[in-house]
Design a protein around this ligand. Structure first.
Ligand code: ADP
Ligand code: MG
Length: 155
């Protein structure tokens, strides 16, 4: 497992890192985003979508669980599985998304741990300060599998 840490001081930088990843990902890639509410997972995903060439505004799929965007270089499947905290992830057919040709981005992936593939890029978002107004974040990115190690090296 390879790991990189990014100290980030504003939302625009988080989005820019997502955009860079969006330019690098390929068909079938799985990106897991973990961290508390407001840590920056959806902000990162907005950048990733831009990097894929998706111009539609990305809305948080908290209530819909999955949103699909098909106007970019690759399809984007943006999932927010927060509502599955108490289970139910096994009924969603997530496998079809993970094994498909799009790029899967999963917010709160720990809530569907048993459904996840064995190889993925995981990004942990952490607020550095207790102050909720602070824009400081630490992003810890870990690569699971050689394909994702290659991606991580380019970030
Ligand atoms: N460094 C940062 N990275 C990402 N978001 C930040 C940062 N600093 C402040 N923010 C703000 O924090 C909020 C993050 O919200 P969001 O991306 O929806 O988080 P999550 O999806 O993790 O709940 C946004 O309002 C964003 O503008
Ligand atoms: Mg979110």
């Amino acid at each position: 497992m390879d790991m990189k840490t990014f100290k980030i001081n504003d939302a625009a930088t988080t989005q820019a890192l997502g955009q860079r990843l969006g330019q690098i990902v390929s068909a079938g890639d799985v990106i897991l985003l973990d961290g508390d509410l407001g840590a920056g997972k959806t902000t990162f995903t907005k950048g990733l979508a831009l990097g894929l060439g998706i111009e539609r505004n990305i809305k948080s799929p908290t209530f819909t669980i999955i949103r699909e965007y098909k106007t970019g270089r690759l399809p984007l499947y943006h999932m927010d599985v927060y509502r599955l905290e108490d289970g139910g992830g096994d009924e969603l057919g997530l496998d079809e998304y993970f094994n498909g040709n799009g790029v899967c981005v999963v917010e709160w992936s720990q809530f569907v741990a048993s459904e996840l593939p064995t190889e993925y890029l995981k990004i942990a978002f952490k607020r550095d300060d207790r102050d909720l107004d602070s824009t400081n974040r630490t992003l810890t990115i870990t690569a699971h599998g050689t394909h994702y190690t290659e991606i991580l090296e380019q970030l």
